[in-house]
Design a binder for this molecule. Structure first.
Ligand code: CTP
Length: 396
């Protein structure tokens, strides 16, 4: 595996040499990019001695390539930033590419891993935590810093994770159990137009579907995410198709059904749509807004499952009562392989929340999971799908 090791300016930079060695011992080929600040802590000669390749420091001058950031990004099977300062973490979260390391990180399509190291207060600062959350939401891995005595004398979280843990996190990326699998995911709400300025929608944030798509990509799948209107960023390595209405979503999904091996329909599709949306903004005086005639939308999930085009189909069930009875009924009526049921009246499972408490329901029974983050629920769903497809192996 080709690993680009990005080293940034912090006292833990010397540990990057051990990480480099650990990766090489495990059979990885390593190329190093350093920020200018990093070179104040460790000399480039250290990494050049270890890798026999010049360290990439700027985008205009790197002997192995005339366009170093692009070539490094393309060469990488994994892109590790270790140690990652608060500054570079922020740049990665914002897409700032003002040196070779950050430009290559932006240019790569390989999985990105960061191993932050910094002062405890810098780590705990909401700005840093928001940047970590942003990177995670895009599919980046974070090797969490540990607690201990920091170089500045403070005690707390912020110490670079142990070298072995960083190396193990990179090596885990080699295990991509969904490589070669094409996954179609739906996410978010749909908007059903009443007229050009009004619509019917629901409270779905799209977070669950996006987490499912991000996790599939992290496990090596080729992922197409058909998304209703949300404000979420597209996860790394995922192709997103934006749609607005239930009818648009159905068309986008059915057009891709022959392509997909697995489909996960997490979207909260509107069940009804206005029968005759107006082509102009309705005036109150017209009297048409008091009651809008609705017609049922097509059930995308049931249609997809019935089409037989996709080998394995996962549906969701959002319920507020009789959860398992409703879920079992939906499993049968929709004809899906697996149903993820959640009680959206629970505070830990509400629309928009970052956690979910779900049951995985299939013909064999119902498995209740703990209250988990949406990323963890996504991982549990893929663990189950992989087990059912005989693709076990555990993800990175
Ligand atoms: N779904 C769909 N197309 C629809 C409605 C729902 O594909 N027109 C999918 C959702 O993406 C989800 C599953 O069906 O995977 C269940 O959605 P849910 O809202 O829980 O159930 P409904 O089928 O809408 O039934 P009800 O509202 O009566 O509970």
């Amino acid at each position: 595996m080709n690993v680009v090791l990005g080293v940034t300016g912090c006292i833990a930079a010397y540990k990057a040499a051990e990480v480099c060695r650990g990766l090489q011992k495990a059979g990885c080929e390593v190329r190093v990019a350093m920020t200018e600040a990093a070179t104040r802590f460790v000399g480039t000669a250290t990494f050049e001695g270890l890798t026999s390749v010049p360290v990439a420091r700027n985008v205009f001058d790197w002997p192995p390539s005339p366009i170093p950031h692009i070539d490094l990004g393309e060469w990488a099977d994994a892109f590790l930033v270790c140690p990652c300062t608060a500054d570079v973490l922020a740049k990665l979260a914002c897409g700032i590419a003002d040196d070779c390391l950050t430009s290559a990180a932006l240019a790569t399509t390989a999985p990105v891993l960061v191993a932050p190291a910094m002062n405890v207060h810098m780590w705990q600062n909401p700005a840093t935590q928001a940047n970590v959350a942003t990177l995670r939401s895009r599919g980046a891995g974070v090797v969490m810093p540990v607690s201990g005595r920091l170089a500045c004398g403070d005690v707390g979280e912020g110490k670079l994770a142990p070298v072995d843990d960083v190396v193990a996190a990179v090596l885990a990326l080699r295990d991509r159990p969904l490589a070669g699998t094409r996954v179609l995911v739906t996410a978010g709400p749909t908007h059903e137009a009443i007229d050009p300025v009004r619509y019917i929608a629901n409270a779905s944030s799209g977070k669950m579907g996006y987490a499912v798509a991000a996790e599939a990509a992290r496990r090596g799948a080729e992922v197409c995410l058909v998304s209703g209107p949300t404000s979420l960023p597209c996860p790394a390595g995922v192709t997103r198709v934006d749609v607005v209405s239930a009818a648009d979503m159905r068309d986008a999904v059915m057009a891709r059904a022959p392509w997909a091996d697995v489909a996960v329909c997490a979207a909260a599709v509107a069940d009804y749509t206005p029968a005759a949306p107006a082509d102009h903004k309705l005036k109150k005086a017209e009297g048409r807004l008091g009651s809008v005639e609705l017609v049922e939308t097509a059930d995308i999930l049931a249609g997809l499952a019935a089409s037989g085009e996709v080998g394995y189909v996962v549906g969701f069930a959002a319920e507020t009562r009789d959860l398992l009875d409703n879920a079992r009924a939906k499993l049968a009526s929709k004809g899906v392989d697996l149903l993820v049921a959640n009680d959206v009246s629970r505070p830990d499972s509400a629309f928009g929340s970052d956690t979910d408490h779900v049951w995985l329901v299939d013909d064999a029974g119902a498995e209740e999971l703990d209250t988990l983050t949406k990323a963890e629920v996504a991982a549990a769903i893929w663990d189950r799908v992989q087990a059912d497809l005989g693709r076990e192996g555990g993800a990175a």
